[in-house]
Design a protein around this ligand. Structure first.
Ligand SMILES: Nc1ncnc2c1ncn2[C@@H]1O[C@H](COP(=O)(O)OP(=O)(O)OP(=O)(O)O)[C@@H](O)[C@H]1O
Ligand SMILES: [Mg+2]
Length: 378
């Protein structure tokens, strides 16, 4: 009791099929998932297709039965393999919006939003006055009050999206579960809805678990991100933490398309590590204690690198010197491909004075732009 977390997920396992097989022989879609969210938190599950995001969310929702683990919301146990608790989805009282948000085309906006309150037995439904108040409030929150009488099919994609959200909010759930709810929208609408959703979530203060494979969406919206790979949580942290201090090679590669180079620690003093890489020596800060001789990755974000043109380059290129092999104009910025020895680097710079292909450059980076990523212990 007295758990400060609104959502608590401990040691969750789910395998599809394989029910008769013993624990060690099963193929798990998710294995040993541990997550928590404090009240009002926006927690995002981020990871590539098939890593187990929807499975995790559906287990919390009660749409899948986990094999093992425990799920509680606001100190109420929804599932526990140990005590045999397994509450049905409709008893959990959670709000959900899925990728295909399933608006009822034959109903108007008001009826769509009221729907969750009107299903079930007559005795379990709230009184008509309360239904009206709750629907009106939910439609107001998503700014669809003016459309209440309109047919649901006569809404734009973004409006339908908001209607799906209103339908989840009308239950006034303690926890909102959103599975890629913006995936059907075009790029512009997606970005608009990002702000809208975030504003809504903040205004209502509802604790939210959000699923996406889009890292910029995750970085822009979340209080915390749980990066998932292959049925496991690789790292949980605030967006800036995930971005600047990735805990594994996978996280560094998946979030923000980092440059990764293998190096060997040559000396360490305090948080500063001097690391020798094939391209040159680099100084980086590290939270992890690493002794000289340790192998590490150095992760350097494309925007943390400056390109300095080398005048009169010698044929034997020096440390961190290489050649611009490709450029892509992106408006505000230019993306460069720079070859240093065997390694191709991605660099993003301001487009003020673009460097042409063939320019010999030196890569420079500030210490705080270089993150040490420990190698996986095999
Ligand atoms: N109903 C099912 N039956 C069998 N296997 C399933 C089922 N649903 C999902 N899986 C498998 O479980 C794994 C995790 O799937 P899940 O849907 O959770 O991934 P995801 O991270 O949501 O992916 P995406 O980004 O593509 O939606 C995948 O290997 C998938 O093939
Ligand atoms: Mg999914």
């Amino acid at each position: 009791m007295g758990n400060p977390n609104l959502l608590q997920v401990d040691g969750l396992y789910k395998s599809y099929g394989d029910r008769k097989k013993e624990h060690s022989k099963r193929q798990y879609a998710i294995a040993d998932i541990n997550l928590s969210a404090v009240p009002g938190e926006f927690l995002t599950l981020l990871g590539p297709s098939g890593c187990g995001k929807s499975t995790t969310l559906r287990c919390i929702a009660g749409l899948e039965a986990p094999n093992l683990g425990k799920i509680s919301v606001a100190d109420r146990v929804l599932f526990s393999s140990e005590t045999g608790v397994s509450m049905r989805a409709n008893q959990r009282g959670l709000g959900m919006v899925f990728q295909s948000y399933g608006i009822w085309p034959h109903m108007d906006v008001y009826k769509n939003a009221a729907f969750p309150l009107l299903v079930g037995s007559r005795s379990s439904r709230p009184p008509a006055k309360q239904v009206r108040e709750r629907v009106e409030r939910a439609l107001e929150v998503v700014q669809l009050s003016a459309f209440a009488g309109r047919s649901a099919t006569a809404l734009s994609g973004g409006q339908q999206q908001r209607l799906a959200l209103a339908r989840a909010l009308v239950m006034e759930p303690p926890l909102l579960l959103l599975d890629e709810p913006l995936s059907n929208l075009d790029a512009r609408l997606r970005t608009d809805m990002r702000f809208e959703l975030k504003r809504l979530q903040h205004e209502i203060g509802v604790t939210t678990v959000y699923v996406t494979h889009d890292q910029s969406e995750a970085l822009a919206m979340s209080t915390n991100i749980a990066v998932m790979s292959n049925g496991k949580v690789e790292q949980v942290g605030a967006p800036s933490e995930i971005y600047t201090a990735p805990a594994s090679e996978f996280v560094a590669r998946f979030v923000g398309s980092s440059n990764l180079v293998v190096g060997t620690v040559s000396s360490a003093s305090g948080d500063d590590l001097v690391v020798k890489t094939p391209a040159g020596v680099v100084t980086a800060t590290s939270q992890v204690d690493l002794s000289p001789g340790s192998e590490v990755y150095i992760s350097i974000r494309p925007e943390s690198i400056s390109l300095v043109e080398v005048d009169n380059p010698s044929p034997e290129l020096g440390e961190w010197e290489g050649m611009v092999e490709g450029t892509a104009y992106l408006g505000m910025t230019v993306e460069y491909r720079v070859r240093v020895g065997d390694i191709e680097w991605t660099v993003v710079s301001s487009s003020e004075k673009p460097l042409p292909v063939g320019t010999v450059v030196r890569l420079e980076f500030a210490k705080h732009g270089c993150a040490v990523v420990p190698m996986a212990v095999k």
